[in-house]
Design a protein around this ligand. Structure first.
Ligand code: NAP
Length: 231
């Protein structure tokens, strides 16, 4: 197994994906924005001292990508998982949207993933798997939007999907696959306690998708159970 880099790993799906990949034998470079809030991750690094490398970086800090790339010091990255994300304010209906709330969500969910990808591309080119997966959301699918509302979060993931599509085209000649993943509605801090599935169920499903999908599937959007989602 090679090297993986995952963003937003102190809790939720990022922590679950980190555990899953460590158990598979990957060396994981795990980013989190506040090590003091990453107790479980630090405990995990005691079990995997050679294999889990924690890097404190806020996805939206200036030059976050350069900071990660400098830290990697030329190491190849076989698998990049952009997981860090925010949902934004509780109320996002028509009439309640404000510009500062929206911009904050776009910075984390849309802008940071592309800027970090730009900085990591040399490392990914050196990897054997050459895979980039982005945690998107089904609510970002325009075809699937029958409920309306949720302007801030929905639009951030719809725009991320467009970035993923362009990346898949631009990076095809380098043999790099770029894929959007919906983790399901998951019981995390973001998904809430009434969500439909556990972190383990989502992560096991996503890990299977990640291992099976490759360049033939680049530029597509998959559910955690492997079904394709229309854009
Ligand atoms: N849960 C669901 O039902 C669901 C459904 C569809 C899609 N997703 C997507 O799945 C991904 C993971 O979600 P989750 O449910 O695991 O959410 P979560 O439990 O809220 O975890 C989000 C992670 O992102 C990190 N993060 C947020 N802003 C960051 C920043 N500026 N810099 C670095 N890290 C940052 C958080 O760190 P802090 O703890 O420091 O805030 C945390 O580690 C997200 O992209 C989300 O949109 C989730």
């Amino acid at each position: 197994m090679g090297n993986a880099l995952i963003t937003g790993t102190n809790k939720g799906l990022g922590l679950g994906l980190t555990k899953n990949l460590l158990n598979k034998g990957y060396k994981v470079f795990a980013t989190c924005r506040n090590i003091e809030k990453a107790r479980e991750l630090e405990e995990l690094s005691k079990r995997f001292p050679e294999k889990l490398i924690i890097l404190q970086v806020d996805a939206v800090e200036t030059n976050a990508g350069e900071k990660i790339s400098k830290f990697l010091n030329g190491e190849p990255i076989d698998l990049f998982l952009n997981n860090a994300g925010v949902i934004g304010p509780g109320i996002q209906r028509f009439g309640a949207v404000t510009s500062p709330d929206w911009l904050e969500v776009l910075r984390v969910n849309l802008i940071a993933p592309l800027l970090i990808s730009q900085s990591l591309i040399k490392n990914i080119e050196k990897g054997l798997e050459k895979k980039m997966f982005f945690l998107s959301s089904k609510v970002g699918s325009i075809s699937d939007n029958t409920g309306g509302g949720m302007y801030i979060y929905r639009s951030s993931k719809t725009a991320l999907n467009q970035v993923i599509k362009s990346l898949s085209i631009d990076l095809l000649s380098k043999g790099i696959s770029v894929i959007a993943l919906h983790p399901g509605w998951v019981r995390t801090d973001m998904g809430g306690p009434n969500a439909l599935i556990s972190i383990e169920e989502s992560v096991n499903g996503m890990a299977t998708v990640i291992s099976k999908k490759s360049l033939d599937d680049t530029g597509k959007f998959f559910n955690f159970d492997g079904k394709e989602i229309p854009w």
